[in-house]
Design a protein around this ligand. Sequence first.
Ligand SMILES: [Fe+2]
Length: 278
Amino acid sequence: MTVAANSALKTRDIKPKIGTEIHAGKQTLLSGVHAAEIRDLLEQRGVLVFPKLGFTDEEQLEFTRTLGSTARERTGEEVFTISLDPEKSSGVDYLKGAFYWHFDGVIQARPILASLLSAKVLPPTGGNTEFCNTYAAYEELPEDEKAKLQKLRVVHSNWAPLLYHDPEPQQEKLKLFAEFGEVELPLVWTHRSGRKSLVLGCTATQVVGMDRRDSALLLNGLREWATSEPFHYSHKWTVGDMVMWDNTGTLHRATPYDPNCGRELHRTKLEGEEPITD
Ligand SMILES: [Fe+2]
């Protein structure tokens, strides 16, 4: 089926500073005619929702490929099952960190550009995916605050989320997580587009050269600001929904749900295209 390049993409903004719904059929999306427009919207809006699209894994992967290079999981898979059921998903302990604000691939030289999730099985309650727009959160800060933050660097410990859900882990487990490593990153990311975003999340453990208490207060205060109402969107899933987000300009987390409920989402990812630079 051919899709006319001039066929307009039907969209609806969810909130002024984050989130847009895209209403388009599978064939239109798979044709790739709107790929450039979708990538542009992704950067501008942070989160794109495709309500009840019902993509199969193959279709999701094909659509992801229209937007850029797909990234593989640590397991080598291109389509990854997110579930707290060890029978369905590998790295369940690692996934428990997803209940706290973060972005994906913090340790990578180029963190992934985007993640796409499709809902397959949902819990009766809870299990939303929440997002906040770290471009907008930066842009709305007072100018003197921006200037101050611009000079700061932060240690991101990829193992730190373990201590959120298991504060006194067995040493063997901590050793395993410690291998995830840590990295020093600028607090403000100047993207190649010239736009700037805040680099935050539960991996952010210490502002370099700052007193520990002041560092904790600054990072927590910025997290509270960035995830506050104007910049925040909580997606309540319906089976078949697909949601895609700009991993370089947002944070995300899952809200709690019964770990035995069978919740299952399928993820594809777009390879990162730029390093985090100041
Ligand atoms: Fe994540």
